[in-house]
Design a protein around this ligand. Structure first.
Ligand code: URA
Length: 256
């Protein structure tokens, strides 16, 4: 691969900016300054440094974001702030996109990646990553709601009604419940509670698969993670473990 291309893929510099940097002598390849933008680089084995800092090769990027309320899950939008606008300019690399959706009023765990294969796995019905939500409810959570969710509650889809996949749910307080979903319909958790006669006042995604929302990651902040961590989003957890984690860390999330 050409050195200028390596830079434009691994950093936020454009190919033109990368060429200028290389020509200026700011880049070393295996310990020697290179000034040729077309110098050949083996991304997996060569040591590339920019002004003394290593440029670590990564095939794909995995960003774990705590999405705040009021931001839309999109890559770009003319009028509204998107989840990609929350990233620092040097992290806004080409190809990054949210893997799945949270609605504007929902906060919580969201993966942003340029790994299309993992995104596909997370969203395809076959291997759909289990997602866990904490809902703050207007009215108490009841055994009837739990039974209706477990049976597959009916949601209106246009002119018809369609049953959701069976969903486990568990109360962690009178008006706080954790719901486990294996599919991703539009505003699904909110509509499920509405169909059961209740109302979701706030919604937080607390976990995807085995990956929890880190309690010390504040709304709007994010972390870079490795593939092996992101892949854990495909592994199912047990709802009782998610409830224990959620009640330890998030039961006062909306208390100001
Ligand atoms: N269910 C919702 O209602 N909203 C989300 O963002 C995700 C699941």
């Amino acid at each position: 691969m050409r050195l200028d291309r390596f830079f434009s893929e691994q950093t936020a510099y454009s190919r033109k900016e990368a060429s200028a940097l290389i020509r200026s002598g700011a880049v070393t390849l295996n310990g020697a300054v290179v000034r040729k933008p077309d110098a050949a680089v083996q991304p997996e084995t060569d040591a590339v440094f920019l002004r003394g800092e290593p440029v670590i090769y990564q095939k794909h990027r995995y960003i774990l974001l705590h999405k705040p309320e009021g931001v839309i899950t999109a890559s770009r939008d003319r009028a509204q702030k998107t989840v990609l606008d929350l990233l620092n300019p040097q992290d806004r690399l080409p190809g990054l996109a949210p893997a799945g959706r949270l609605d504007k009023d929902t906060s919580g765990l969201l993966l942003i990646t340029d790994d299309g294969q993992l995104t596909h796995k997370m969203l395809s019905p076959k291997s759909h990553a289990p997602k866990y939500y904490l809902a703050a409810l207007r009215d108490p959570f009841t055994p009837q709601i739990k039974a209706a969710f477990r049976a597959g509650i009916l949601l209106r889809e246009g002119d018809t009604e369609e049953a959701c996949l069976p969903a486990e749910s568990e109360a962690i307080a009178e008006r706080l419940a954790v719901v486990e979903l294996h599919e991703g319909r539009y505003h699904q958790v909110r509509r499920m509670f509405a169909a059961a006669g209740n109302f979701v006042e706030h919604l937080l995604r607390v976990q995807i698969g085995c990956v929890p929302l880190p309690p010390d990651l504040s709304a709007g902040a994010y972390l870079h993670i490795f593939y092996k961590d992101a892949e854990n989003m495909l592994i199912k957890s047990h709802i009782s473990d998610v409830c224990a984690f959620t009640s330890r860390n998030y039961s006062s999330y909306w208390i100001k």
